[in-house]
Write a protein that binds this ligand. Structure first.
Ligand SMILES: Cc1cc2nc3c(=O)[nH]c(=O)nc-3n(C[C@H](O)[C@H](O)[C@H](O)COP(=O)(O)OP(=O)(O)OC[C@H]3O[C@@H](n4cnc5c(N)ncnc54)[C@H](O)[C@@H]3O)c2cc1C
Length: 368
């Protein structure tokens, strides 16, 4: 393998996915995470947003507000809609030209399609579906010495003393694996939506816009988009929800979700579910929380009739406040819950709804 000059690779890049001229939430979360990583790497490390599309320059302002120092703007009418070929080509070309040290993508459908292609073309690695990122201050060499599975002799002597540690669930979520990319650049990762923290936006923040002229022609794109048909089904937005009322096998049957919907409507939340409830066909997969569902971080997460399997916890344990309702005081969810209510959900939830009604009536009476 050709020796890489690590000194040429600088800065943290974030692919800021946009759809219909709107930035995805995960892109803003990753800019915040990029800021945190850049601070730990070196003072002059920049956070750079990679913005691809057609007539999307107006989004640069939002990127700056959420933490980008620079925006690499790649615009062309051929890039108006996402295509694997088109985006892979222009992003690979830009990465070859500007050589980022770290390159992050949201683990969305598009990010999961794009990042492996770009990684393969750049001849580097990719850690998919990360739930945690960190910079190894101790450095690769020390890290490699501590980990006998890495061959320290093959490390380039020019290795920087800092590297990205990418953590993701492994072996069916039964353990967390931390992965490094010591021999190639960029260090690439996809990160699940809802895991990282957005920065508080800084209104009026500005930065540098680097306009990259893409070398792309229609024949580079093998797929022709004839029509875009949006799903008529209203998908739940678990990622953005402030309150989630989730239920699992403890519901007993599909009709239990009527109570859950009533509960969610009352507290202003959305309905989530465990995989057991989804696999039973009681509710759609777009409601599933967990390792193979959506990762969420609401202010309040109600887990009703959910035991707290590790794969479920992987998707909700960083919620600000967890309220568990379960008949079994020893179920694992009770250990991580901030409030553990032991009881039958069919008795407890109607009581919460009734209390909520009382509180609303009291509020109305005192504010009139
Ligand atoms: C590779 C892999 C990926 C997976 N991904 C996911 C994922 O993304 N999300 C996910 O959720 N799971 C996932 N799973 C499945 C996971 O391992 C568990 O099987 C699943 O989470 C269990 O769902 P549950 O808690 O609803 O059911 P159970 O484990 O059966 O728990 C039901 C709970 O309900 C309680 N209960 C019963 N009746 C009542 C009542 N009337 N009132 C109150 N409490 C009651 C019981 O005490 C029990 O604790 C995955 C598994 C694998 C192997």
């Amino acid at each position: 393998m050709a020796t890489i000059n690590f000194d040429e690779y600088k800065n943290v890049w974030v692919f800021v996915e946009q759809r219909d001229g709107k930035l995805m939430n995960v892109a803003l979360e990753l800019l915040g995470e990029g800021r945190r990583l850049a601070k730990d790497i070196a003072e002059d490390t920049k956070v750079c947003a990679v913005l691809v599309g057609d007539k999307v320059e107006h989004l640069a302002k939002e990127c700056f507000a959420y933490g980008a120092d620079s925006v690499y703007l790649i615009e062309d009418p051929l890039l108006k809609n996402y295509t694997t070929d088109g985006y892979t080509k222009v992003i690979t070309d830009a990465a070859n030209q500007f050589k980022p040290d770290i390159f992050l993508y949201g683990a969305t459908h598009i990010g999961r399609d794009l990042a492996p292609r770009v990684a393969a073309r750049l001849n580097t690695g990719l850690t998919a579906d990360c739930t945690h990122l960190d910079v190894s201050v101790a450095g690769y060499i020390k890290y490699a010495e501590e980990n006998t599975t890495l061959n320290t002799k093959s490390l380039d002597p020019n290795s920087p003393d800092k590297g990205l540690k990418m953590t993701r669930p492994a072996f069916g979520g039964n353990l967390m694996a931390t992965i490094v990319c010591p021999r190639t650049r960029p260090q690439m990762a996809t990160v699940r939506p809802g895991v990282m923290q957005k920065m508080e936006p800084i209104e009026g923040a500005t930065g540098e816009i680097v306009k990259v002229t893409p070398e792309i022609k229609a024949s580079d794109i093998k797929v022709e988009i004839l029509d875009i048909v949006k799903s008529a089904k209203e998908l739940v937005s678990l990622t953005d929800a402030n309150i989630i009322c989730s239920a699992g096998r403890g519901l007993g049957d599909a009709s239990g979700f009527e109570l859950m919907q009533k509960f969610a409507d009352k507290v202003g939340g959305v309905v989530g579910a465990s995989r057991a409830a989804v696999d039973a066909g009681w509710i759609g997969h777009d409601h599933q929380v967990g390792q193979t569902g959506t990762t969420v971080k609401p202010t309040i997460y109600f887990a009703c009739g959910i035991s707290g399997a590790i794969q479920h916890l992987a998707g909700m344990q960083s919620s600000d406040c967890i309220v568990a309702i379960n008949k079994d005081p020893d179920s694992p969810i009770m250990e991580i819950a901030d409030y553990a209510i032991v009881g039958d959900l069919y008795k407890v939830i109607p009581e919460i709804i009734a209390e909520w009604d009382n509180a609303e009536a009291l509020y109305d009476a005192t504010t009139k």
